[in-house]
Design a protein around this ligand. Structure first.
Ligand code: GLN
Length: 482
């Protein structure tokens, strides 16, 4: 029977004739079929994935060396474009819309030999923390099907959690990779803003959005990142800094002691009344272990903590209200049927009212409000100023510390339906994750713990911008420390 541990092991099994790409794809297709009630996939590319697998097997048998992601079975969140495949952003608005081109990240996956197995369910336009805002219905957490998987990349998290692919891509604007990774017990990596091209990623909030990776271990995330990261003519916000060979560097440091580091955690984050007491206790116990190994772990003040969620929601909804104005019933996707007397404005209004779901409308309204001339200074400008303060604070922190540690989410997964009518409560689930997006730094959620309620939870590590090599090195060490 096919089993998967790491991409490196899979490649060695392929070369030793122990398995084939076809066997791997068949294994995942069977699992997807058996676990279809989790609703992690909106579409599965059966034939296509099998055909590509046999092509790759044939290439290998001809003696062609394996490319970096040869035969690696990947699933894509329904906001990442794949040419001539439907993409809907979990929305009725894009029902049956076929992508005209592939995202740069997808082009690079394919060039590196990956096999795309399907399209994952997600919150509509990546807005949500529970995956209950999808037009295609909620996704269930495989650890307990009465619980949500987190969001917005819930389908991509469950696809890895429930063994339906080797790795998956999601997007993280305020935590949408790290938060579902935490609730599903998998690794979730959000790289620095500007590390991976956003070309072909459906925009939610353009100065926050970043593609992220779900995997079951750190070396696989490192391998995928080094393939998809780096300069791109189609996205001028991508850094031209050379992409380090993350996986090779990681291999070199593997098994070695982590050089002694100075870690920080935010005092206010650990004292927050919304933080589950068992998660807080586990965190403190864990940092004791680190201290015993000689590392320094210090509590630092973060008086701005109470502003991060409001700042995030003001800025992202403002950007979203502008980004989503293109869905007008004319250019893309859904168009309402009209009466004879309806004019162009009626077409816009009806199409947008019928095409978008409740949460997306709420955010468009909020974003339009904070940008309106009477309130711009009070909300949008203020939030920009807070963002600047956070960036300055962040620079000072990293002059002294190697990484910031925190719980990823203040509680374990909610029950399905629990927060449906309480958006503010739901927004608070993002309190520890939005910081990294506000300041543009990379962060990862590591699946280290299990709660007495039976659900997994993780720990978040954040490092300075473009220091993903350090992120992987520290994360790999922390995963072994458990
Ligand atoms: N939960 C957050 C939100 O609803 C994060 C979303 C995301 O990262 N795409 O905005």
């Amino acid at each position: 029977m096919f089993t998967f541990t790491t991409i490196a092991q899979y490649h060695s099994d392929l070369l030793n004739g122990i398995t084939t790409c076809v066997e791997a794809v068949q294994h995942y297709l069977d699992n997807i079929g058996k676990k279809s009630s989790l609703n992690a996939f909106i579409e599965i590319y059966h034939e296509e994935a099998l055909q590509r697998a046999s092509f790759l097997d044939a290439e290998r048998l001809k003696g062609k060396p394996l490319s970096p992601l040869h035969g690696v079975v990947v699933a894509l969140k329904d906001v990442i474009c794949y040419q001539q495949h439907t993409i809907t952003a979990g929305s009725h608005m894009l029902h049956n819309f076929s992508s005209l081109y592939s995202a740069t990240a997808v082009e690079r996956l394919l060039q590196a030999g990956a096999i795309i197995i399907g399209r994952n369910n997600c919150d509509e336009f990546a807005m949500g923390s529970t995956n209950e805002n999808s037009f295609y219905g909620p996704v269930k957490n495989a650890a307990d099907v009465t619980k949500v998987p987190g969001g917005s990349s819930g389908g991509s998290a469950v696809a890895v959690q429930a063994n339906m692919c080797m790795v998956s891509l999601g997007s993280d604007t305020g935590g949408s990779v790290r938060q579902p990774a935490d609730w599903c017990g998998v690794v979730g990596v959000k790289p620095s803003y500007g590390r991976i091209s956003r070309h072909g990623l459906i925009a939610y909030a353009s100065s926050f959005d970043q593609i992220g990776i779900f995997s079951i271990n750190i070396p696989d995330a490192a391998k995928v990142l080094e393939v998809i990261a780096g300069e791109d003519d189609y996205d001028s916000t991508v850094s031209s800094e050379t992409v380090p060979a993350y996986s090779t560097l990681l291999q070199q440091s593997n098994g070695q002691q982590l050089p002694l580091k100075k870690f920080a955690y935010f005092k206010e984050a650990l004292e927050h009344p919304g933080l589950d007491t068992e998660i807080a206790k586990t965190f403190h116990h864990y940092i004791e272990q680190l201290r015993k190994q000689g590392h320094k772990v210090e509590s630092i003040d973060f008086p701005l903590l109470k502003y991060v969620v409001p700042t995030y929601y003001v800025l992202t909804t403002a950007e979203a209200s502008s980004n989503l104005s293109r869905y007008d019933g004319v250019k893309f996707g859904y168009r309402a049927s009209l009466n004879n007397q309806d004019d162009l404005t009626a077409l816009y209004k009806k199409s947008r009212s019928e095409g978008f779901g409740k949460e997306v409308k709420r955010r468009i309204l909020l974003g339009t409000f904070v940008l309106s001339s009477g309130y711009y200074d009070a909300y949008f400008s203020k939030a920009q100023q807070v963002r600047r303060l956070l960036v300055d604070q962040n620079d000072r922190i990293f002059e002294e510390y190697a990484a910031i540690l925190s719980p990823t989410v203040p509680a374990t997964a909610f029950a399905i339906g629990e927060q449906r009518n309480n958006p503010v409560e739901m927004y608070l689930a993002d309190i520890y994750t939005v910081y990294a997006n506000l300041v543009g730094i990379p962060g990862a959620s590591l699946p280290l713990f299990k709660h007495s309620n039976g659900m997994p939870f993780g720990m978040q590590v954040m490092v300075p911008q473009f220091k993903e090599t350090a992120l992987f090195e520290i994360a790999n060490f922390l995963m072994q420390l458990k």
